[in-house]
Every structure is written in C-alpha cells, then in structure tokens.
Write a protein that binds this ligand. Structure first.
Ligand SMILES: Cc1cc2nc3c(=O)[nH]c(=O)nc-3n(C[C@H](O)[C@H](O)[C@H](O)COP(=O)(O)OP(=O)(O)OC[C@H]3O[C@@H](n4cnc5c(N)ncnc54)[C@H](O)[C@@H]3O)c2cc1C
Length: 565
C-alpha cells in the first residue's frame, strides 16, 4: 500500500471515476471490483481500515447454518458459494475447520439439525440446478477450481474426543461433524485493499468524509478531513459509493431525501477469548447451547479459544462498542456448562464487541431474526449506498454495486473478482526464516501475509532485533510493526495491536500499560518520523484506547497478567 503522504497527494484535489467512502470489507470489495474493471478509484476511511464491524466479526466465512431456521435459503446458498470461492482465492487466509455438535447422556441426536446439515451440504455444491450435460462438461473445470468441503457426517465418541479432548469429562455419545471456514477478518480486508491497489485504486485512512458534494442535484464528489493536519480537501468523482456499514445512514443527507437512505438497526455482538490451557476445543470448533434454543460457538483461533457471539439490539455508542458485562457472563455460563469447567472474567485474555449493520425492516422482531441480506440504495443524486450483508458475502455486495455503476453508464465491463486471487499463497516450508524465528511464527506469517511474508522475514534477517516477539510467548514479530507502518498505513499503537496483528485481543493482560507497548511505539515513531515526546505520548495513549474498546475484562476483575502467553 502507498504511504499515507503519497496517497493523500494522489487523492486530494484530484478527480476519480469512483470514490468509495468506508474502508471495511464492503468498501474494500467495491474498490477492488471497480478498479479491476478499469475504473479509477479512490477510497477514504475515517479511522483505520476495518476499524468498524469488519474487525469485530466471529471471523467465519460461512453459509450461516442458523439462517436456515429462518428459511433464508437464498442468503445461505449465496454465502456457501462465496465460502467456496474464498477458500479457493485466498487459500492461505481462509481455511476449513471441522465443527462439532456433540450429544451427551440421554440426549438424542437432533434429527432436525441432521436435516438442516443435509440441506447445507446440498446448497454448498456448485452443481445445484444444472443439467447433467452441463455438469459433465464443467466437471473438470469445477473440480479444479472449487474447493469443496466433505459432507457432514456423524462421528462416534472416540473421534469426538480425538478432535476435542477437553470434552472427555462430559462423556459425549457422538457428534454431528460439518465444515465451515475461518479467517482473520482484518487481514482479509487488508488483502483485498492490496489487490485493489494492484489495479490502480488509491486509499487513505484517517480521512473522514464530511460532505457529499453536489452539482445540479447530482453527487459529484466528496469533501474530507485529514486526521493529522485537520485539513479539508475535496475529491471529484463520477460516482460516489457509501460503504460505511453501521454509519451508512449518516452519509449523504445533503444530497438525499429521508426516505432514500437506509435505516440501520444496530445489533451488538460480544466475543471473549481464553487461553487454551483454560479451555481448549482442540482442533475443531464446537456449537454450544446457550439456553432458549440459542447457540454460540467456541472456535480455535490464533492459538486461543474464541467464544461468541451474542446478538442484541443496541442503542449505545456505535463508534466505540464495548463487550457488555451481561453478554460476557452469558458466554462464560454457556461454555462452563458445556465443557464442565469454571472459567471467569479474570481468566479472559481478550474480548471485543461489534455492531451489525442490520437493515431496519420496521419489524419489531429482534435482530436475530432480521435478515442479513445486503441492500443497495440509489438516491436521485446518484449516490449509491451498499450496506447490510456479511463478511462472507463482500464480493457479491461489491459486484452488485459496481454492476449498477456499469449499467447506468452503459459500459461493457464484466466483473472479474470470482477469478482474481486474493494475495499470493505461501507454504510455511517454502519460507526461509532467520535464526530466532520459530516454526509457529513462520506458519502465522504465511497465513497472515501469504507470499509477502518473505518481506517480513527479510526485515528480520537484516535486523535481528526485529525477529523478537512483540509480546513474550506470542509468535507476532517486531518486524511486523515496521511493515504495518511502511506498507499498511498503520498510524498508531492501536492500529498495530488491534488490526495489523491481533495481539490486543489475544494477549490483552500482557499489554496493560504504556511500558508494554513502548517498543511498538518506538518502531512506529522511527518509521513515521515521531519526536521522542510523541513516541511517549503514543505509548501512553494505548491503555486508554484498550480501555475504551473493553478488550481486557480480566483487568476489571483483577486478573493477573499471564506472562507465559
Ligand atoms: C459480532 C459480529 C459477528 C459477525 N460475525 C460474522 C461472521 O463470522 N461471518 C460473516 O460473514 N459476517 C459476520 N458478521 C458481519 C460482518 O462482520 C459485517 O457484515 C461486515 O464486517 C460489515 O462490513 P462493512 O464494510 O459494511 O462495515 P464496517 O466494517 O463497519 O466498515 C465501515 C467503515 O466506514 C468507515 N466510515 C464511517 N463513516 C465514515 C466517514 N464519514 N468517512 C469515511 N469513512 C467512514 C468506518 O470507520 C468503517 O471502517 C458479524 C458481525 C458482528 C457484529
């Protein structure tokens, strides 16, 4: 990615065919799709890339088994096809995980769930609705291109315990096993932005759009404010796309009538993370009953156990959603009962909350039942707003938006994103690591950066100090801090700890004070030209940022920092 200074120079006062507002997964997808169809594109992000909902998801690329209950078949089918594509286009970053639904004691296997899983299997196939001849002629092509998970099956007690040994005290009878995919949501956004840039898009974070500019009733650009200087600049645009998720109804009031803009009905979801010594799901994920017919997940993620999520209407501050105390208790109660353990707040290594950009239907039903469908709105000014949807379906949302641009301009510009790889895959064994960089770090780099992991390793080789971990016991390297500033527009300690690495969520107790992040601030300062005073200020700003995001519930509960990682 260009540096911020270079990006600002390319964007401010210039003219583009498309300006995208918002650097979450949706905005990144639109920028990538439009740029790869030949449009000149600029993207402006108010805070940091993925700072909104796109860094706060459950990190699953999935069909969404539970939406089958609502008979949202179109959405599930669409998401399952996207899941297959993502695993194919970004194999280093989107990986299948076995999911278990165990049964215990007198419980009988849930036949309704079995039927649902059958549907899930059928809907995941790329061959639904095709004639035999079509299937035969495209078989070869399909099998080469589409990753496809195994069908669901029932596994016996021994296999359950092989996958999830911690279930032994519960003495499971058997389990349904099916597959879904996992990822790192922020790295997916950054990877898509990287691809957009390869096709010529320019993006800038720390650039808040304050106004949609209009001429003769048409949206013709935006005005924005650059965060460091506070300076206002304008960008001219043939088309303006609002991809601001849960903020979508705050953009463009100056060029739209009330009824033209979507109404967002936010819903908060909380997640907590535990050390695997306290609770491990082994090599699988578990679906955990949470009362009143609800379910949550316990997932292996970055060597921790990720537990989520809740789903409740939310009328608090959408800029800084924090995990709700009730939600944390609800999640912990569910896993304590399911695994027969007793973990509490003070054991948590991290927590976060996100707000879903659900579209208000005017229906008084709770958010769990509101569809995750995406909607594209077009006002008479030509401003396009795309919101709703899921992390998984970003490509479809982007295609829908850019198809509309193409249609209204009468262009010949088909979408290519179903064939364009996202980053370049790298296998850990192909990466040459300098002394001091262990296997776990190399595997994590290959997952996170793909082929570009070589650049991180090269830095660590040139400067052995950078091959040290950012947090003792975790595989993230100091070299990644330098890369974040040099190539990923990181602007502060929180950008590095919450969104380039995910250490703030995985090791919050070890990052409680300014002293713990001093080296991160120094490395950033060296790259970004900070004075000694500013380095100190930036390190001191971290504990407040962590507190605001509520990532360390163990601190409030008096939990000790885990030094072993
Ligand atoms: C708890 C939870 C769990 C989820 N789990 C999953 C899951 O496992 N799988 C899945 O597929 N989906 C999941 N989702 C849904 C998914 O995360 C979201 O649909 C998706 O991330 C929304 O992305 P977005 O780009 O539309 O919004 P955002 O990521 O919120 O991006 C909008 C961006 O616009 C920026 N912005 C706002 N105003 C301005 C302005 N004036 N100028 C410039 N920029 C601006 C914001 O800073 C923000 O970065 C989950 C959602 C939640 C809340």
């Amino acid at each position: 990615m260009l540096t911020r200074a270079a990006a600002l120079e390319e964007i401010a006062g210039q003219s583009f065919e498309v300006v995208v507002i918002g650097g979450g997964i949706t905005g990144a997808g639109v920028a990538f799709d439009a740029a790869s169809r030949g449009y000149s594109v600029a993207l402006l992000e108010r805070g940091d890339y993925a700072v909104g909902t796109s860094s706060r998801s459950s990190k699953m690329i999935h069909g969404g088994l539970r939406y089958l209950q609502n008979f949202d078949l179109g959405l599930v089918r669409e998401a399952l096809l996207e899941r297959q594509l993502m695993a194919q286009l970004a194999p280093h970053l989107v990986y299948p995980t076995p999911f278990l639904v165990p049964s215990f004691a007198e419980e009988r296997r849930d036949r309704k769930l079995g039927m649902g899983l059958n549907m899930y299997d059928v809907m995941a196939t790329t061959r639904v609705g095709r004639s035999r001849r079509e299937m035969r002629s495209s078989k070869q092509e399909d099998e080469d291109f589409y990753w496809s998970p195994d069908r669901h099956r029932t596994i016996d007690r021994d296999e359950v315990l092989e996958l999830v040994p911690s279930l032994e005290p519960r003495d499971p009878n058997d389990a349904y096993l099916f597959y879904d995919c996992q990822t790192d949501d922020v790295r997916l956004v950054l990877t898509i932005l990287g691809e957009a840039e390869r096709f010529g898009a320019v993006m800038l974070n720390g650039a808040e759009v304050t106004e949609v500019l209009s001429r003769d009733g048409r949206a013709v650009g935006v005005a924005a404010v650059e965060a460091d200087s506070g300076e206002r600049f304008e960008v001219e645009a043939g088309s303006v796309v609002n991809a601001t998720g849960v903020w979508a109804d705050r953009i463009g009031a100056e060029v739209a009538d009330e009824e033209d803009v979507p109404r967002i009905s936010p819903s908060r979801g909380t997640h907590v993370l535990l050390d695997r010594d306290d609770l491990s799901t082994g090599s699988a994920a578990c679906i955990v009953p949470a009362g009143e017919g609800r379910h949550i997940f316990a997932l292996p993620w970055y060597g921790r156990t990720l537990i989520g999520t809740t789903d409740n209407d939310y009328d608090g501050d959408i800029d800084h959603p924090r995990p709700g105390q009730d939600d944390v208790e609800y999640l912990l109660d569910a896993v304590n009962a399911f695994f027969g353990v007793s973990v509490g707040d003070s054991d948590l290594v991290g927590a976060y909350a996100g707000v879903r950009p659900l579209l208000s239907t005017g229906d008084p039903k709770k958010s769990v039942d509101i569809s995750r469908k995406a909607e594209l709105y077009e006002t008479s000014s030509g401003l396009l707003t795309i919101t709703g949807g899921k992390l998984t379906t970003w490509r479809r949302m982007a295609k829908q938006t850019v198809d509309r641009l193409v249609e209204r301009e009468g262009r010949e510009a088909p979408c290519h994103t179903a064939e364009l790889p996202l980053g370049r895959e790298a296998h850990p064994e192909e990466l040459d690591a300098p002394d001091g960089v262990g296997e776990e770090a190399v595997a994590q780099l290959a997952f996170r950066y793909g082929y570009a992991a070589r650049v991180v390793l090269q830095l660590a080789r040139e400067n052995p100090k950078l091959s040290a971990p950012i947090v003792a016991g975790r595989p993230d390297l100091l070299a990644e801090v330098v890369i974040a500033a040099r190539r990923e527009q990181a602007r502060c300690v929180a950008d590095v700890l919450l969104r380039r690495t995910r250490l703030g969520l995985l090791a919050a107790p070890q990052l409680r004070d300014a002293g713990a992040v001093r080296t991160v601030a120094e490395l950033l300062g060296k790259e970004l030209g900070w004075s000694r005073k500013q380095v100190k200020r930036e390190a001191e700003a971290w504990p407040a940022a962590a507190e605001k995001a509520g990532i360390d519930p163990a601190a409030a509960a008096g939990g000790a920092a885990r030094l072993a990682g």
